[in-house]
Design a protein around this ligand. Structure first.
Ligand code: ADP
Length: 260
């Protein structure tokens, strides 16, 4: 395997499972020192312990400013710098019809998914400025950043919002050698759907919905991690402010057929 991240320090949030864990593994396999950040400290430690290269696990709630500052400070304490940041921590919230959405649920989803991404992006930019170096940032957006559905409004609001953070940061970062991009996964079975912050019974539904994807299957965390690491790497040196869908073609399914 290529070692695109030799001598780079990478920080991945929500890396205790799913897409974040897969990205941490890929970065590590390609030579990076990796800081594994997750609200679930045990999960973070478990992932970090299994990485082939230098690794550090940090327990943090990305919606809290002091936690964000602390995980970046830990990265610098241990590895001396930060070069790459994958902002991936997220929650899906509850599947409710619009009139039933509780304000607490809306606020919590937006706090983790949108404010957490803003805090991480701002923290990384401050770090790059202090180091006098550029860097790369990738945000985990979603197919829900691009489309609507009938029962996931807080999640969709937050995931549309992260594209605003991404584009604003990409414009600000361009002149400073900082690239900011996003991946938009489609149906990828992870804890988000099946367990931790997710919904019981959603697993079956996910398998059924996988059959509606143009590629006729759900995706894997490793397939998303391949796109994330492409965008973090110098292979993407002229890609900035982009959203890369990793969804088997789902974003382009035409649900309103001409004449139908
Ligand atoms: P996906 O891989 O699709 O992003 P997962 O649920 O597998 O879905 O991963 C999301 C990760 O984000 C989980 O490991 C979860 O513990 C973590 N996470 C959720 N909320 C927070 C938070 N506030 N701060 C840090 N990590 C969080």
């Amino acid at each position: 395997m290529h070692r695109r991240f030799e001598d780079r320090v990478a920080v991945v949030t929500g890396a205790g499972s799913g897409i974040g864990a897969a990205t941490a593994r890929r970065l590590s396999a390609e030579g990076a020192s990796v800081v594994v950040v997750d609200l679930a400290g045990d999960a973070a430690r478990h992932v970090a312990a299994a990485l082939p290269g230098p690794a550090l696990a940090v327990q943090a709630d990305v919606s809290r400013e002091e936690d964000t500052e602390a995980y970046l400070a830990s990265a610098v304490d241990r590895f001396g710098r930060v070069d790459l940041h994958h902002l991936n921590a997220g929650v899906i919230g509850t599947f409710d019809r619009l009139p039933d959405i509780a304000i607490e649920d809306f606020d919590r989803v937006v706090a983790v998914n949108l404010r957490g991404v803003f805090l991480g992006v701002r923290g990384a930019f401050r770090r790059y400025a202090a180091q006098g170096s550029g860097g790369a940032i990738v945000i985990t957006a979603s197919i829900a950043s691009l489309r609507g559905s009938h029962d996931l409004l807080p999640y969709e609001s937050s995931k549309h919002g992260v594209l605003g953070v991404m584009r604003g940061a990409a414009m600000y970062g361009g002149p400073q050698g900082v690239r900011v991009n996003a991946v938009a996964p489609g149906l990828v079975p992870t804890g988000l759907f099946a367990g931790s912050g997710g919904v019981s019974g959603a697993g079956d539904d996910l398998a059924r919905r996988g059959a509606t994807v143009p590629q006729r299957r759900t995706g894997t965390p490793e397939e998303v991690a391949a796109a994330v690491t492409y965008l973090l790497s110098d292979d993407a040196s002229y890609v900035n402010g982009e959203v890369l869908s990793v969804d088997g073609g789902s974003a382009w399914v035409n649900t309103v057929r001409p004449g139908g």
